[in-house]
Design a protein around this ligand. Structure first.
Ligand SMILES: NC(=O)c1ccc[n+]([C@@H]2O[C@H](COP(=O)([O-])OP(=O)(O)OC[C@H]3O[C@@H](n4cnc5c(N)ncnc54)[C@H](O)[C@@H]3O)[C@@H](O)[C@H]2O)c1
Length: 365
């Protein structure tokens, strides 16, 4: 179903909730798009709220998200809050007739995520999630290589995001089960899973068997900020710093999936996705957010190993790209397939991983 799109003479009016890294990135990304106005900003840090508001001449500055969602002259609500607020803010915004651009993870649980997708469909408004990593040029190149050249049936993949000492705040909302919904898995897992499923052509995950550990965080080790590590006590860390899972996919293929914030291991941080196809393999390896030389393609040519190193340069943060795509979708008036469906499946998989780890058994989706 298509809808009248706002004409270029009608600005799209955005309200951003959250003033941290994500909120600021949303703000600057929306401000960079012609015909988009940021008319409202919400957040608890009053000084930062005032200074961002003044710097960008934002008329409505509020501390509570409810006051932003209630504004009639806001068309889009951009959600960049702690995870626990993603569902309540998005649901209220959708029910008030706004389009929603939400940070990852879509929600804390699959049940919440389903409610959000249902609300987006019944309000007939767009619900998109900030899956910026899939917009990296190397990930996009790998996808287009698979589509055009082919690597044969992908029978197994290995996907991970690993850090040596990368717990983002031992006492912040990131390590609170109620505010974050989990630890490393719900924080970094959505990006890895999203890029992986995108590369594989959106197969459904049908079963997961997962384990989680929180050894290093519980011992007060592994914070991104070493000062914090010195100050921390044991016993305050209630989420996992490592999760490992075997995912079974509907086509019989499998994925070894591992996410960790901390571990006594070599590299400081790396993201890795290896796709093993029957005709060729692809490996994306991104140590420390590297932007060049991150991709290899492996084939056999006449009995000789052929390694291809595509020269692809990644821009850096891909938030401006994913937000520009979101604005295009809203303006297109064709919102079918943009009600958070992809994000829902990712949330279902992560939710199933947590259940599997808690119950010590494979969980069928
Ligand atoms: N896509 C990415 O690459 C990426 C990167 C970083 C963070 N994130 C996600 O973005 C979200 C925010 O992360 P962050 O690092 O910016 O967090 P943060 O803690 O720095 O910022 C959270 C913001 O939410 C605001 N907030 C909290 N409660 C509120 C309320 N009741 N009303 C209004 N505002 C409220 C806070 O005032 C703060 O400004 C998280 O879900 C995180 O997972 C995504």
């Amino acid at each position: 179903m298509t809808h009248p799109s706002p004409s270029s003479s009608q600005p799209l009016r955005v309200g951003v909730v959250g003033l941290g890294y994500a909120g600021t990135t949303h703000l600057t990304s929306f401000l960079g798009i012609p015909g988009v106005e940021v008319v409202a900003l919400a957040g608890k840090e009053t000084d930062r709220l005032a200074s961002l508001g003044a710097a960008h001449q934002i008329p409505h500055l509020v501390e509570d998200w409810q006051d932003l969602v209630a504004l009639p002259d806001v068309d889009v609500v951009s959600v960049a809050t702690p995870n626990v607020l993603h569902a309540p803010v998005s649901l209220a915004a959708l029910r008030a007739g706004k389009h929603v651009f939400c940070e990852k993870p879509l929600a804390l649980t699959a049940a919440e995520a389903r409610e959000m997708v249902d609300a987006s469909r019944s309000a007939n408004r767009v619900l998109e999630v900030a899956f910026n990593y899939r917009r990296r040029a190397d990930v996009r190149f790998a996808r287009s290589y698979i589509e055009t050249e082919g690597i044969g049936r992908i029978y197994h993949a290995r996907a991970s995001w690993k850090r040596r000492a990368g717990i983002p705040g031992l006492r912040s909302w990131f390590t609170s089960p109620t505010l974050a919904g989990g630890g490393a898995l719900i924080d970094l897992g959505p990006h890895v899973l999203d890029s992986l499923l995108y590369l594989m052509g959106e197969p459904r995950v049908v079963a997961v068997s997962a384990v989680t550990h929180g050894e290093l965080g519980r011992a007060g080790y592994g914070a991104m900020n070493r000062q914090e590590q010195m100050a921390s006590d044991t016993g305050l860390f209630e989420v996992e710093d490592l999760a490992s899972a075997l995912l079974r996919l509907e086509d019989g293929s499998s994925v070894a999936f591992e996410i960790s914030w901390a571990g006594h291991t070599v590299d400081d941080e790396d993201i890795s996705i290896e796709l093993l196809g029957v005709d060729a393999g692809i490996r994306l390896f991104v140590p420390r957010y590297k932007t060049d030389d991150t991709l290899r393609i492996y084939r056999d040519q006449a009995g000789v190993n052929l390694t291809i190193a595509p020269e692809v340069h990644v821009a850096g943060s891909e938030h401006p790209t994913v937000i520009a795509e979101f604005v295009d979708i809203v303006r297109s008036g064709d919102w079918s397939g943009h009600h958070g469906e992809f994000a829902l499946h990712r949330t279902e998989v992560l939710d199933a991983c947590y259940r599997s780890a808690a119950e010590g058994r494979e969980v069928v989706l």
